[in-house]
Design a protein around this ligand. Sequence first.
Ligand code: SF4
Length: 402
Amino acid sequence: MAGLLASNGYKIVNTEDEADLVVLNSCTVKNPSEDHFRNAINSAKDKNKFVVVAGCVSQATPNVGYLKNLSILGVQQIDRVVEVVEETLKGNRVRLLGKKKVNRRKAGGASLNLPKIRRNPLIEIIPISTGCLNQCTYCKTKHARGDLGSYPIGEIVNRAVEAFKEGCKEIWLTSEDTGAYGKDIDCSLPQLLYALINVIPDGCYLRLGMTNPPYIKDYLEDIGKILSHHRVYSFLHIPVQSGSDQVLSDMRREYFRRDFEDIVDYLRQRVPGITIATDIICGFPTETAADFEETLQLVAKYRFPILFINQFYPRPGTVAAKMERIPAHQPALRYYVVKKTLPDARNVAWLTLILLLVTNCVIVVKVKCGLSCINFTSPREKEAALSCCYISRETNQLFPIL
Ligand code: SF4
């Protein structure tokens, strides 16, 4: 959105105070993110700014009280941000919430070739699809994103080629569920990944985003080969959410614990040095003490180097929000019980980050692993590690390691 606005003559500023109009994007996964979004709207209104809202919260619940009278840009309509901003600045309220279609089938969304302003100029983030094939009972994102809509392989590959020409060093593929990619357009994730590997130049990398277990398990042999490729990060984020089959069934996750374990075991055997990240939800309404114990056992068995722990939040309108809840303090309590089991991230054995101090720069040598639990001393240092760069101490600029 920022890229489109900038290329149409709008000046993108860094603070709300400098702006005439504020565009606020939103995430609907957890209650705290929505609270943050609501506070940001109130803050902009208090300062008499024009406001345009976008993202999953406003797509899923456009008629909620605090969004009344605001312009809304739907998740598949970001290519129309300029129109919406222009109309809003004239004092009009515009709401574009429709879905994009190609040959009467849901499309991935706006073109991937829109002008961009990258937060990190070395990383191109490409959404390969929107929506998913599941109906998880706790999930509000599904209300916003709907069913799966994949971008064609050719469009994604072209985007990657252009990004490398523009100087990007990494391509990060994102989606609600990368494993489901292509099932709506008669192609598959391995087909896409092999096509991308063919266009990755020397010294550049691909990173695959989150996949749920049900679909990726159909392609394990290919995924093992792809994650072993020297231009692909040996990293995969596979959210398990619970170690209990009963809870997984109540969440309608469409896999058993055994499926998840088979995937992790296979990839750990076949992909040297692979880092597998996972998520768990603590305190799902039907989670008994015995179910929670099964989750603890799973965490202890695999000692995931990256573990995202979430408390259960009842998102309005979801099936799980209507379920009878366990005592209110339990999700937080269980969250801390899991957290206490984690090793200190700085002591994790797989951590092979080497910081070399030389005369006027910090060199960050990156190895093929996930890096999000490393304690960097500055955001710039983390950016350097993720981008395989060194930082000039004089100018704080990043330079690629050749
Ligand atoms: S896979 Fe489940 S949690 Fe993920 S977006 Fe789809 S319904 Fe939501």
